[in-house]
Design a protein around this ligand. Structure first.
Ligand code: GLP
Length: 644
């Protein structure tokens, strides 16, 4: 490995985040946390621009290692802006990408070459002969030489000055799946099951995802002079913590960054939320012991010691780093315990729309008005059922007027088989009818079958197939809604434009998306709103759908309904809320949980994680039980949203 040198400019480190010694005990690699991905990406683009300019000024080329995935998209957009508006030139830049799917030609819509062209190369003045990606089409017997050649080219260019990285859920960098050695070189690799699942939506079904890829090795990456790994959204929080605070292991290839002298993790708040300094800040330094902090610490301690809250004693506080909590108050553990116990207890309600005619001063939702107008936003059709299927049913059963708003059509999630089934039913009907009236239906159904056949391996659907898939999903969503007691007209389909014109990992918010949601709010005048996506990866449909809601909410500033409307956040595909974050816990009986699963079964194209929704509800219930609350079969949980 070459000796990495410190790059000339360290703009990120100038951001003023000092690493305390206490924190270093936990974080083994420099980690900068930004409020959101936009500000983090802008900071990194600023560093890269300064590096390029400085090297160009002294007649040197800059060698950049680039990454794909949704994570670097805002960074590339900022580079393009710097090029357009601030004259940043890429004439003196050479690029090497981390990886490419094996089997995909450059012009395939999901090839990384195509991705890079769309997201960066076509918009800046990079010279095409200075762009390098592994070639996914080299014959098997030539792969080894191709990989060696890739390494030579990097070395010939003088080595990577800066390598950009994302992180996969398996902890991979590039496509270095668990088991990749610290000194591995560029090579062919078989993709992990989890990685292929995560790419399923890109390829419209896991069956279409390539099984292998060519990737720079861990060793290749570690030879770069500087490494910056970006991660956004709550779903990355667990793996970021493992990579930053865990031990160095080939099971999490990103943990190898701990061994590099100039590596930085650049994360947003959601992706940082499992780091000790945020999750258990009292272990890292002094904290202000306000009510939420006390709840967080006591709940954590009870979980750690496997004791119900009411059984914690003074010694437990002192021996587990929470001595400051007791010192900050005149209360003994006994009194703090009762206070926190009651707080958690009061989050539990079987009346998510409020219970009429009772004192509501300690209930999560108010009694009046009753019944309420409740709007539930589901970014993709399955989200509301995954996150709050049981609560949906309760709201309807308790007499509220519920409107279930499906923000996007979700058609990219529908498997080919579903569209083929439909087409074949039509063809068989036509055949058995022997009537010329079926001619147009027959040719439509044939065109569906042909389009899907023509896609071949790794293909992409034309618009009319997407349209059919959207309608299939609509039917499933209505069916699932009816399991939750909703009537036909309680569902509304917005088909927000960002989804229809986009693809996974590169969706882009448009004002029209917020306008669609604004109209729903203005029309329905809700008393309570349920939404999700606040902590999702910023380019996911969930995050963009949430942004559409948040902007619509801002547009409704001054509207009467906003004065008396609570907004509840739920988690669908994202990591569940932790016990201390929960403001409302809606318990479920075994039958209710079974019914929720029944609603989910109405969707044909669910992945394993989605089907685990009931297991997550059971886990929530087990946590509440372990804290000393009543024991339920399942719990759906919610957090109050505070509009910025
Ligand atoms: C793929 C890429 C990685 C990327 C990862 C995460 O596996 N090969 O380079 O970091 O996906 O993707 P995303 O940024 O979309 O979460």
């Amino acid at each position: 490995m070459s000796t990495p040198t410190t790059p000339p400019l360290q703009i990120l480190e100038a951001a003023g985040q000092k690493q305390t010694n206490q924190r270093e005990r936990f974080e083994k690699v420099r980690t900068l946390v930004h409020p959101d991905s936009a500000s983090a990406s802008a900071a990194l683009a600023g560093e890269v621009a300064a590096l390029i300019r400085e090297r160009s000024a002294s007649g040197k080329l800059t060698v950049l290692g680039l990454a794909t995935g949704s994570t670097p998209v805002p960074f590339y957009r900022e580079l393009i802006r710097l090029h357009r508006d601030e004259g940043l030139s890429f004439r003196d830049v050479i690029t090497f990408n981390l990886d490419e799917y094996y089997g995909l030609a450059r012009d395939h819509p999901e090839s990384y070459y195509r991705f890079m062209s769309d997201q960066l190369f076509d918009h800046v003045d990079l010279s095409p002969d200075r762009i390098h990606l592994p070639d996914g089409t080299v014959p098997m017997e030539a792969v080894y030489d191709h990989c060696r050649d890739y390494e030579h080219r990097i070395a010939e260019a003088g080595g990577l000055d800066l390598q950009i990285l994302g992180i996969g859920r398996t902890g991979h960098i590039g496509f270095n799946e668990p088991g990749s050695a610290i000194d591995s070189a560029t090579r062919m690799i078989t993709l992990d099951r989890v990685t292929r699942q995560d790419a399923a939506a890109d390829f419209m079904g896991v069956a279409n995802v390539p099984r292998s890829a060519i990737t720079m090795g861990v060793g290749t990456i570690l030879e770069a002079k500087r490494l910056v790994l970006m991660a956004w959204g709550a779903n990355k929080a667990g793996i970021v913590r493992e990579a930053v605070e865990g031990k160095v292991t080939d099971q999490v290839s990103a943990s190898f960054l701990q061994t590099h002298p100039n590596a930085t993790f650049l994360v947003d708040q959601a992706a940082a939320s499992y780091l000790t300094r945020f999750r258990f800040p009292w272990l890292v330094g002094p904290v202000e012991w306000d009510a939420p902090m006390k709840k967080r610490a006591v709940v954590w301690m009870a979980r750690k010691l496997e004791k119900p809250v009411l059984k914690l004693v003074d010694e437990d506080y002192n021996e587990n780093g929470a001595e400051g909590l007791l010192a900050s108050t005149s209360e003994a553990a006994y009194e703090v315990n009762i206070d926190i116990f009651n707080r958690v207890q009061h989050t539990i309600t079987g009346w998510p729309g409020g219970k009429p005619g009772v004192d509501d001063s300690r209930r999560p939702e108010r009694s009046q008005p009753f019944p309420k107008r409740v709007v539930v936003f589901s970014p993709e059709p399955t989200d509301a059922f995954i996150g709050m299927g049981g609560t949906l049913t309760r709201l309807r059963e308790q007499g509220h007027e519920v409107r279930l708003v499906f923000q996007t059509s979700g058609n990219l999630r529908v498997a080919d088989g579903a569209a083929l089934n439909f087409a074949r039913v039509v063809l068989e009907m036509a055949e058995s009818s022997h009537s010329p009236e079926w001619e147009s239906q027959t040719s439509y159904a044939r065109s569906i079958v042909e389009a899907i056949d023509a896609k071949g391996e790794f293909g992409i659907d034309p618009d009319f197939v997407r349209k059919l898939k959207a309608l299939i999903l609509r039917g499933e969503a209505r069916d699932a809604a009816s399991v939750c007691r909703l009537r036909y007209h309680d569902s509304q389909f917005l088909d927000l434009p960002f989804y229809e014109s986009g693809r996974y990992r590169r969706f882009r918010f448009e004002t029209a998306d917020a306008e669609g949601v604004r109209d729903v709010l203005a029309d329905f005048q809700p008393h309570s709103v349920f939404a999700t996506g606040d902590a999702s990866d910023p380019s996911s449909p969930q995050a963009i759908a949430f942004r559409a809601f948040a902007e619509a909410w801002a547009m409704a500033y001054g509207a009467g309904f906003r004065n008396d409307c609570k907004v509840w956040l739920y988690r669908g595909r994202d990591r569940p809320l932790e016990a201390h974050e929960i403001d409302m816990a809606v318990p479920m009986s075994p039958d209710q949980l079974e019914e929720k699963t029944e609603a989910l079964r109405r969707f044909m194209s669910l992945n394993e994680d989605d089907l685990n929704a009931a297991a997550r509800n059971r886990e929530n219930a087990a946590v509440y039980d372990s804290l000393g609350m009543a024991e339920y079969e399942g719990i759906e949980s919610f957090k109050l949203w505070k509009a910025p």
